[in-house]
Design a protein around this ligand. Structure first.
Ligand code: NAD
Ligand code: IPM
Ligand code: MN
Length: 355
């Protein structure tokens, strides 16, 4: 069998520190489960590349990585040197839009032994998926700035919701809900205040729900939904939201499980016309970069999601099991989870636990 070809892009800051641990664990699990992987390394989508070339990625970036089976990505952004919207729209947002990765899939799970900042919560109380629309919505390129540097200056950025775009993310979320024991879907809305696009979103949810009579569904306005994540995380099973709402919920959810440092994600093109990108939810964390203390679990768990996407369920499950056993021991955890392990020690511990 031919090896899976993985494009590896570490990016900036702690992206470069957690990536080696992700690769270490994938290599270990792949070897143990007879999976062949080939890693091809790319230095673009980083400030270092930008400094040399004046752009975030080469003109032929799509040709360079578009033929790979998947893309394994660290994090990008170095706001002290380059404005975030420039670096992000020049790299990660391009992947999502041009590879039509319309699903951003982000699990939220309280792991055994890890203390939640929410009182009296145990594993099982927090175990849901955020399904985030990833190609349109509030992250749109429709808009602009007029009359710059005058009193008449004004800026707009319009939310774009297409029938195709909304229906396909809802379909994915309902399918996921249907496959889970609780069969429960929650939609994030704000149709009381955002009076055109959000009522449309609600309308499409209601229409899609008719195809899934076995799924119980409800909706909350985003403001109270954030409150309910904290007060009642056990209410949730699959939570679907627009691009911006999904972004916010997918930092808040993991924070309720102790740290955003463990949270993984898949930017998925379900039709497989293009490669999908697997990356931690967190960013380049300039505040701790260079210290070797970043939590590598988000990167490692993203590797498990990538193997699962490639059809290698056993290897993926072996990694998730190893993560659970590692996090169960405080001394093997990084500082953000009250431990004292550094990035490498934590990554090695996970690799050692893979069976
Ligand atoms: P961030 O996720 O980088 O960091 C937020 C906070 O969480 C920081 O205090 C950081 O130290 C901590 N943190 C994050 N990951 C951690 C880990 N693995 N272990 C321990 N602590 C961790 O978010 P930010 O500060 O808003 O953004 C920093 C830069 O990263 C910006 O340029 C931003 O645009 C970019 N960013 C990129 C991505 C991405 O590449 N997908 C995601 C989010 C932010
Ligand atoms: C994420 C990040 C990105 C987003 C930023 C860096 C553009 O926060 O992957 O969640 O908003 O999608
Ligand atoms: Mn985010």
């Amino acid at each position: 069998k031919k090896p899976y070809r993985i494009a590896v892009i570490p990016g900036d800051g702690i992206g470069k520190e957690v990536m080696p641990e992700g690769l270490r664990v994938i290599e270990t699990a792949a070897k143990k489960h007879g999976v062949a992987v080939q890693f091809d390394h790319f230095d673009f989508s980083s400030y270092d590349y930008y400094e040399k070339h004046g752009q975030m990625m080469p003109d032929d970036w799509k040709a360079q990585i578009g033929g790979h089976d998947a893309i394994y990505f660290g994090a990008v952004g170095w706001p002290a040197k380059i404005a975030d919207h420039v670096s992000l729209w020049g790299s990660l947002i391009k992947f999502r839009r041009e590879f039509d990765q319309y699903v951003n899939l982000r699990p939220v799970r309280l792991m055994p032994g890890v203390p939640s900042p929410l009182a009296n919560r145990k594993p099982g109380d927090i175990d849901f998926w955020v399904v985030r629309e990833n190609t349109e919505g509030e992250y749109s390129s429709v808009g602009g700035r007029m009359f710059p540097d005058t009193d008449r200056e004004f800026v707009t950025q319009q939310t774009v919701m297409t029938r195709t775009g909304v229906d396909r993310i809802l379909k994915f979320a309902f399918e996921l809900a249907q496959s889970r024991p609780k069969k429960h879907l929650t939609s994030a809305t704000k149709s009381n205040g955002i009076s055109i696009t959000m009522p449309y979103w609600d309308e499409r949810v209601e229409a899609m729900a008719k195809n899934y009579p076995g799924v119980k569904w409800d909706k909350y306005h985003i403001d109270i939904l954030t409150a309910n994540f904290v007060l009642h995380p056990d209410w949730f099973d699959v939570v679907v939201g627009s691009n911006l709402f999904g972004d916010i919920l997918s930092d808040l959810g993991p924070a309720c499980t102790g740290t955003i440092g463990i949270a993984p994600s898949g930017n998925i093109n379900p039709e497989r016309n293009f490669p999908s990108v697997f990356e931690p939810v967190h960013g380049s964390a300039p505040d701790i970069a260079g210290q070797g203390i970043a939590n590598p679990i988000g990167m490692i768990w993203s590797g498990a999601m990538m193997l699962e996407h490639l059809g290698e369920k056993e290897a993926a499950q072996a990694i998730v099991g190893a993560i659970e056993r590692t996090l169960g021991e405080r001394t093997l955890r990084t500082r953000d989870l009250g431990g004292n392990a550094d990035t490498t020690a934590c990554g090695k511990a996970v690799a050692d636990m893979v069976d």
